[in-house]
Design a protein around this ligand. Structure first.
Ligand code: SF4
Length: 245
């Protein structure tokens, strides 16, 4: 975990990691980006019973497995913006929209906008974005969770948030799938929410290259039949577990 101490300017965000990497997933895959990973999540996903694994960023929220105080460091928006040397910033988590009421959030988005840096926010789609956030970000990568995540329906699907993100005109929807029946569930959900297939990316679950590719091959026919997009996870394919990215 990288971090910097609090500076005197006041507004801060609690950050788990800041790093440069290619965006590995979705429509911006392959683009060089700065990732800002914020602490905290309102869900607790675990795909283990469905044949997958637990949340791969549990260090941002799971107090039963991690010392969260040691995982998060306070950063000023100015310090964060100074690290954003690429044209794209991906603000991720955890669930980054948990921070949108913080002064540091608005300040960071304003600084990025002023610097001509595009900001994509990765969200689980359960929180309504505020109007200032919608105005300042370049896009939302919304990843609603399916039944295979182990989360109860009421927690993982919040219609008001999903529809607000859809109506922002800045969202794409990315679904982690473990089986073709997950892709059927995506079809059902996106029809319910009137989300066009061209805005949908299916991503196989997997944190190692072999299982990820095997799952992608199994999912591909169903993904094609619904007219959805398919994304792999470039960072998983490129690096062995534990290697720097
Ligand atoms: S929403 Fe994302 S970060 Fe939160 S528990 Fe689920 S997979 Fe992990």
């Amino acid at each position: 975990v990288t971090g910097r101490p609090v500076t005197a300017s006041g507004a801060t965000l609690v950050v788990n990691q800041v790093f440069g990497a290619w965006q590995g997933e979705g429509p911006s895959a392959g683009q060089r980006a700065t990732f800002i990973r914020l602490m905290g999540c309102n869900l607790a996903c675990d795909w283990t019973p469905a044949g997958g694994g637990p949340c791969d960023e549990a260090q941002t929220w799971d107090a039963s497995r991690f010392n969260l105080a040691a995982q998060g460091t306070r950063w000023t928006p100015e310090a964060l913006a100074s690290r954003c040397e690429h044209g794209l910033v991906v603000i991720t988590g955890g669930e980054p929209l948990l921070h949108q009421a913080q002064p540091g959030w608005a300040a960071l988005l304003s600084l990025l906008l002023a610097n001509g840096v595009r900001a994509e926010v990765e969200t689980n789609g359960t929180l309504v974005p505020d109007p200032d956030t919608v105005a300042r970000v370049s896009g939302f990568n919304v990843s609603p969770k399916l039944a295979s995540s182990g989360m109860p329906l009421k927690r993982r699907i919040v219609a008001a948030a999903l529809l607000a993100l859809r109506d922002s005109g800045k969202a794409i929807f990315k679904f982690v799938c473990t089986s073709p029946s997950d892709v059927d569930e995506v079809d059902e959900l996106t029809r319910y929410a009137s989300i066009a297939p061209r805005l949908v990316w299916i991503m196989p679950e997997g944190v190692a290259a072999g299982p990820l590719l095997a799952r992608a091959r199994i999912l591909a026919p169903a993904v094609a039949s619904y007219g959805f997009n398919l994304t792999l996870r470039q960072h998983i394919l490129l690096y062995l577990e534990g290697e720097p990215r």
